[in-house]
Write a protein that binds this ligand. Structure first.
Ligand code: AP5
Length: 225
C-alpha cells in the first residue's frame, strides 16, 4: 500500500439517502470518479449484455443482483485509466461478500479504503425522495419534484437537455423491497467498516448543501493532501 495511492471513498446508505447526489458533487469538487454500480448495471441492461439480462428483472423488483455479476462489473470499471485519480463508490459494496471482494481487489492494486461514510436517513422520508426524483437523460444530472427543481421547468441546468427520465424501480413497491434489502444485507456493513476503523456517519436528513459540507470536511481529513 502506498501513501499516494488513488483515494477510495465509499458512500453507504439506503435508496434515496443521497449517495448519487453527493457523489456527483464530490466528483466535481475533488476530481474523483463516481462509480455507481446501479448506473453500471442500468447501462448493462440497456446494452443487452448477459449481465444486463440477468440483472433486469431483479432490479425492477428491488432485489440485489448477484454478487458475482456486480463484482465483475466493478472490477472491470476500476481498471479503467480515469480511476487513477481516485474513486467514490456509490452503491457498492452492498453485501459482506462484496466488501471482502473489494478488500481483495484493493490489496492487488496496493490501495486502501480512505473513508466509508454512512448517510443516515429515515425510511419513511425515503419513499417521498425516491418517488419524486428524475434525471436528465442527456447528462444524468439528478432532480426532484420538490427538493431540487431545474431553474427552468423541464430544462436541465447542467446541459440544457429537455428529455427527463424516471427510473423503472422507483415505484412504491420496488422502493419497499429495496429498503428491505438494504436493512437485511447492506446495513451490516456499517459494523464491518466500523471494525476496520474507517467509518463515519452523517445525518443525511438535512439540506443537500449541508450534507455536502459535512462530507467535504470528512474527506479532507481522511485523504492526505
Ligand atoms: P442504485 O442505483 O444504487 O439505487 P439505490 O441504492 O436504491 O439508491 P438510489 O439511486 O435510489 O438513491 P441515492 O442514495 O443515490 O439517492 P439520490 O442521490 O438519487 O441501485 C439500483 C438497483 O441496482 C438496486 O436495487 C439493485 O437491484 C442493483 N444494484 C446496484 N448496486 C448493487 C450491488 N452493489 N449489489 C447488488 N445489486 C446492486 O437522491 C434521491 C432523491 O432525493 C433525488 O431526487 C435527490 O435530488 C433527492 N435528495 C438527495 N439528497 C437530499 C436531501 N439531503 N434532501 C432532500 N432531497 C434530497
Amino acid at each position: 500500500m502506498t501513501t499516494n495511492a488513488p483515494p477510495v471513498l465509499i458512500l453507504l446508505g439506503p435508496p434515496g439517502a443521497g449517495k448519487g447526489t453527493q457523489a456527483r458533487m464530490l466528483e466535481e469538487q475533488f476530481g474523483y470518479v463516481q462509480l455507481s454500480t446501479g448506473d453500471l448495471l442500468r447501462a448493462a441492461v440497456a446494452a443487452g449484455t448477459d449481465a444486463g439480462k440477468a440483472a433486469d428483472a431483479v432490479m425492477k423488483a428491488g432485489g440485489l443482483v448477484s454478487d458475482q455479476i456486480v463484482i465483475d462489473i466493478l472490477r472491470d470499471r476500476l481498471a479503467e485509466p480515469d480511476c487513477a485519480t481516485g474513486v467514490i463508490l456509490d452503491g457498492f459494496p452492498r453485501t459482506t461478500v462484496q466488501a471482502k471482494a473489494l478488500d481483495a481487489l484493493l490489496v492487488e492494486s496496493k490501495q486502501r479504503i480512505d473513508s466509508v461514510i454512512s448517510l443516515d436517513v429515515d425510511d419513511a422520508a425515503m419513499v417521498t425522495r425516491v418517488a419524486g426524483r428524475y434525471t436528465c437523460a442527456s447528462c444524468g444530472e439528478g432532480y426532484h419534484d420538490t427538493f431540487k427543481v431545474p431553474a427552468t421547468a423541464g430544462v436541465c441546468d447542467n446541459c440544457g437537455g429537455t428529455d427527463m427520465k424516471r427510473r423503472a424501480d422507483d415505484t412504491v413497491e420496488a422502493v419497499g423491497a429495496r429498503l428491505e434489502a438494504y436493512h437485511a444485507q447492506t446495513a451490516p456493513l456499517i459494523d464491518y467498516y466500523d471494525g476496520h476503523g474507517v467509518l463515519s456517519r452523517v445525518d443525511a436528513m438535512g439540506q443537500i448543501n449541508d450534507v455536502a459540507a459535512a462530507l467535504r470536511g470528512l474527506i479532507k481529513s481522511a485523504v492526505p493532501a
